[in-house]
Write a protein that binds this ligand. Structure first.
Ligand code: X90
Length: 279
């Protein structure tokens, strides 16, 4: 496969990719309040959005890209690898599949692979890096598809949330679980389930216990010192603490931290942290 006419397309739930070799495009989701619409693209002032939302108590929701927006991002590439947020919680995957169908009809001979991440944020970025690695190694289109599918079986997503209000208000999580998290100081720790939904694993009082529990649950899932990507929403201290806990135990672990973009900030909310890891 020729790397020159290959493109990686992610929806903005992936947060910020740092792929150096292969052209990558983010397709924005939107965050909508009765006062404003936020498009989760490079221009979005995420901190400003979080501040607005802190002061806002009305209804808010999100919307996924439509097929045309994915088509536009596919551009003129011959080989396209596209990853979306879990299809169990968003229509983004369906939109990307519709765009694939249209693109392959319009340009016979071109290839579009759409991966339903069953996850979001940092676990998508791990998969995207795997794709880039395969392309650079000179793998064929099919080989890259196969290797990323195999790889995602050995990655996971853990989360720690201080509030599940926006998830519950938008029907993305059981309201009973959300209620627990509304108690001040309680952190809900959970994982992306095999079905691509939120699965609660425990609730913890205080940041210290919450972060320690994240690592314990990662280990239970099979983490043994592999790659880790942390995305946080206004909670750098949790990200740093987790990073240190991991490094103390696994000196060779490769851990990266970054901030959430708009979509994950809206749902993970302030204090939230998402952790993509290799099992
Ligand atoms: O289509 C849309 O409007 C987007 C809906 C997205 C809903 C879920 C977003 C979750 C973001 C929260 C914690 C991690 C959850 C992992 C679940 C697989 C982050």
């Amino acid at each position: 496969m020729n790397a020159l006419n290959t493109k990686i397309v992610l929806d903005s739930s992936a947060d910020t990719p740092h792929l150096r070799e292969i052209p990558t495009e983010l397709v924005p989701l939107k965050i909508i309040t009765s006062e404003k619409e936020y498009t989760d693209n490079e221009q979005l002032d995420v901190a400003g959005m979080i501040e607005d939302l802190r002061a806002y108590s009305g209804r808010s929701s999100t919307s996924c890209p439509n097929p045309e927006e994915f088509l536009a991002a596919f551009g003129d590439a011959e080989n396209i690898f596209c990853i979306t947020i879990t299809g169990s919680l968003s229509g983004s995957y369906n939109s990307a599949c519709a765009a694939k169908k249209k693109y392959e009809e319009m340009y016979p001979g071109r290839n579009v692979f759409v991966l339903n991440s069953l996850s979001t944020g940092p676990e998508i970025l791990l998969a995207a890096e795997k794709i880039e690695e395969g392309i650079i190694e000179g793998k064929s289109f099919e080989q890259v598809c196969e290797s990323v599918c195999e790889y995602t079986k050995s990655t996971g997503l853990m989360f720690m949330l201080e509030s599940l209000k926006n998830l519950a208000n938008n029907g993305r999580v059981n309201p009973i679980v959300a209620k627990v998290a509304s108690v001040l100081g309680i952190r809900v720790v959970g994982k992306a389930s095999a079905e691509g939904t939120l699965e609660q694993l425990g609730k913890y009082r205080g940041a210290k216990k919450g972060v320690a529990a994240v690592l314990e649950h990662m280990k239970k899932e099979g983490f043994a010192g592999g790659r880790v990507k942390i995305a946080h929403c206004n909670n750098e201290s949790a990200a740093i603490t987790l990073c240190e806990l991991i490094k103390n135990e696994y000196s060779s672990a490769f851990v990266e931290t970054d901030t959430c973009r708009g979509l994950c900030s809206f749902y993970a909310e302030e204090g939230g942290m998402l952790v993509g890891f290799e099992k």
